[in-house]
Design a protein. Structure first.
Length: 436
């Protein structure tokens, strides 16, 4: 009997990338490959890459160099696949799989094992491959691409096509997941607000969310990122959809800057005022909603005054989650051609904003101390690489809770008394199981 070839998949970046890795995994299994949890046991390695941040790309580049030195056959997928020149400089024999060609990964593995270094960039149908299910969480992509042309973004270059999955396909994936005990559906997208564009069926994001929530079963839905211009355009129906009991009371709206001038120079398709208005309306209609946003610090044209406007925005809005990125020039973008700010200034500003955000997040989370909340257990923490720590779960507001004393099964709802908090989440003590 011939032993199956073993493949190790390493994933970087957002939930959309993680969803692509799910497709890669399923495609490889269908092609007869065996997946392994370590490169040490692998005949080949697939790196599903991310290029949003320069630091991440540098980390991936170093990883590629190490694997190349160890003579490991490589397949490079994800957003970094658009930078063929860099990949081939590191490893001329690596196979490259574009973001539209990930179902060709099995063919790419064979190519990498032969050292041919072929580039696979055909547009393929991702809908036909299906979705692997790993309870209790299932990632489901709803669309790809975006309508923005931000001057700092390389992802648009790597994922240039606007594409929405058919609603019947998405609903089938949801139903299949629920049948296999999935408790949390994560809807992934570059920008969920573009859902429905390009489809003959007249459907938009709020309508899709409502249809998903009509599916029978005990589960929660987490909506992926939506850009401000789309959140504003569909604000009322979006709020109505988020109000459904099966929706996490959570929304991720990236504002990127608190300065109207910088926002315009970034070529964002919204204003800072729009962001203030959206958050105000959402909090009035859903008072307990968790607001997440993204900030880029140190954009080339950002002045001290611009940065202070960003600080004021965070202090005023008080988001529950702030993802802060130091600006890094990305290949092929307009912002890369601009005169860059000194590194020390960017670092100093980033540290200041991070401290402001941490204080706000910590104080907001501390308000939960003493309260009893319902938590769905989603995973078991690891200690020294092994499962054995506390369990973690999510509240209806998508707050992360470390739960002490839980001995049940992942996917259960429990009542938890919050006994501690920090900027990253809550700490709770089990009271009892509960039915939702």
């Amino acid at each position: 009997m011939i032993a199956k070839r073993k493949v190790y998949i390493e994933t970087y970046g957002c939930t959309l990338n993680q969803s692509d890795s799910d497709i890669i995994s399923l495609s490889l299994k269908k092609s007869g490959y065996e997946l392994t949890t370590s490169e040490s046991f692998a005949d080949a390695v697939v790196i599903n890459t991310c290029t949003v941040k320069g630091a991440t790309e540098n980390k991936i580049s170093e990883r590629m160099k190490k694997l190349t030195q160890n003579k490991v056959p490589l397949v490079i997928a994800g957003c970094m696949s658009a930078n063929e020149r860099l990949i081939k400089k590191i490893n001329p024999h690596a196979a490259i799989v574009g973001t539209t060609s990930i179902t060709s990964v099995a063919e790419a593995i064979n190519d990498a094992l032969s050292g041919n270094g072929t580039v696979f960039k055909n547009r393929e149908d991702k809908e036909t491959i299906g979705r692997p299910v790993s309870a209790p969480i299932m990632r489901i992509p709803i669309c790809e691409g975006c309508t923005s042309r931000c001057h700092f973004c390389q992802t648009k270059i790597a994922r240039p096509f606007l594409f929405s999955y058919q609603p019947k396909t998405i609903l089938k994936w949801v139903e299949d997941g629920i049948k296999q005990r999935v408790k949390e559906i994560q809807l992934t997208a570059m920008d969920a607000g573009v859902y429905g564009m390009g489809l003959e069926t007249q459907i938009d994001l709020p309508s899709l969310l409502s249809a998903i929530c009509e599916t029978e079963g005990d589960f929660r839905v987490r909506l992926g990122m939506i850009n401000p211009q789309h959140a504003k355009r569909m604000c009322e129906p979006l709020i109505s959809a988020l109000a459904h009991e099966k929706m996490y009371k959570f929304i991720h709206i990236p504002v990127q800057t608190g300065s109207e001038r910088v926002c315009k120079e970034m070529n964002r398709q919204h204003t800072v005022k729009n962001f203030y208005e959206i958050v105000d309306v959402m909090r009035k209609k859903i008072p307990n909603i968790t607001i997440a946003t993204d900030i880029i610090v140190g954009y080339p044209t950002e002045t001290k005054e611009d940065f202070e406007e960003t600080v004021r925005l965070i202090e005023t809005i008080q988001p529950d989650i702030v993802n802060i990125s130091k600006f890094s020039p990305r290949e092929g973008t307009i912002a890369k051609k601009m005169k860059q700010l000194p590194t020390q200034i960017v670092k100093k500003r980033s540290a200041k904003l991070a401290e402001v955000a941490r204080q706000i997040q910590t104080e907001k989370n501390k308000k939960f101390i003493g309260k009893v909340v319902h938590v769905m257990i989603t995973e078991r923490q690891q200690q020294n690489g092994r499962h054995g720590g506390d369990y973690t779960g999510r509240t209806n507001e998508y707050k992360q809770v470390a739960v002490k004393g839980f001995k049940g099964k992942i996917g259960e709802w429990v009542k938890v008394k919050i006994i501690g908090a920090n900027y990253g989440g809550l700490i709770g003590k089990l009271k009892n199981s509960c039915k939702k």
